[in-house]
Design a protein around this ligand. Structure first.
Ligand SMILES: [Zn+2]
Length: 317
């Protein structure tokens, strides 16, 4: 049986349903949980998150992929209770959002050390929660070029992916030549990698999305909803139609099989106020209607939000 690790245990791939592929239950910079200005009680975190996940479930959402890295507020026991209470499958990740969000403890970690860490979280469990990671997160540090630590994390992720069959998601798809060189050296097929944030307002210009696709990689248009039209748009915002047109261009260029879409939601932000007016439900309230208005049929919508994610997330034998 093909299966995927969720925080409540492995499930059959067919049970994933509609997938939000690149999201966060609660994301913040390492240490934000120690700042009394931003510290949140469990009550507040549940209050901010449960209604969003309930609505997601009501809309027909099946699975929420949380790609919050090891040091960015990942909280598995909390995810387990959210999943049990709302009925939404939650997939947790191992790995790091980027070398620059790994705590100094990991600064000099070797590839072998990091590989063992990732493999343990995928095959044994995360901490003492008993929950196994279903994806591996990696990313490019601020500055636009992969640092030495980023490269060690990518290489360790490739080895862990080959060892366990779990796929890799990236934060940012810039500097993809270096990333792809590492994956090729390790012998990881590129359809096991989703190069994320190809569509954000800062990096879209610098991201070689069609080249990545031509190399066999998957491409994530996963910051939908961060629009310049918002009341207080974040620095990575982009005009709504510009992002949508970019995505449609990518699909029309023949890359539907390699396309995935998400909204990079942050249900209960840690250490910052978050972006007002943006939730995971943008997926149902705006994105899917916009895609239908642009002429995408039901089969294409199902392919984007059910079939492609299932194909990507399924643990390879
Ligand atoms: Zn993200």
């Amino acid at each position: 049986m093909s299966r995927v690790n969720t925080v409540l245990g492995p499930i059959a791939t067919e049970e994933l349903g509609i997938v939000a592929i690149h999201e966060h239950i609660g994301y913040g910079m390492p240490g934000s949980e120690l700042d009394t200005k931003w510290w949140k009680t469990p009550e507040v975190r549940y209050e901010e998150t449960v209604p969003k996940l309930r609505k997601f479930h009501e809309y027909g959402g099946g699975t929420f992929v949380d790609v919050t890295g090891i040091c960015n507020g990942r909280d598995i026991d909390y995810y387990k209770s959210l999943s049990a209470k709302t009925g939404v499958h939650i997939i947790a990740c191992t790995g790091f959002v980027g070398g620059d969000t790994a705590l100094p403890f990991f600064e000099r970690a070797t590839v072998e050390y990091l590989t063992a860490q990732f493999v343990h979280e995928i095959t044994v469990g995360i901490g003492n929660t008993g929950s196994r990671a279903g994806v591996i997160k990696v990313g490019v540090s601020r500055g636009g070029r992969m640092t030495d630590l980023d490269k060690r994390i990518y290489r360790a992720a490739a080895r862990a992916a080959l060892n366990t069959g779990v796929p890799i998601l990236t934060h940012l798809a810039i500097d993809a030549e270096n990333a792809i060189a590492i994956f090729n050296e390790e012998g990881l097929p590129l359809h096991r990698v989703l190069f994320g944030h190809a569509d954000d307002g800062i990096n879209a210009e610098k991201t070689r999305d069609t080249w990545i696709a031509s190399q066999g990689g998957r491409v994530g248009f996963d910051t939908f909803g961060y629009e310049t039209e918002l009341e207080d748009p974040p620095f990575w915002a982009r005009p709504r139609n510009e992002r949508l047109d970019h995505f449609l261009r990518f699909l029309r260029a023949g890359h539907l099989d390699q396309a995935l879409a998400g909204v990079d939601a942050n249900c209960s932000p840690l250490g910052w106020p978050g972006v007002k007016g943006h939730t995971v439900n943008y997926l149902f309230e705006d994105l899917i209607p916009d895609l239908r208005d642009a002429g995408l049929d039901d089969a294409t919508i199902t392919k984007l939000f059910v079939e492609n994610p299932a194909d990507f997330l399924t643990i390879q034998p």
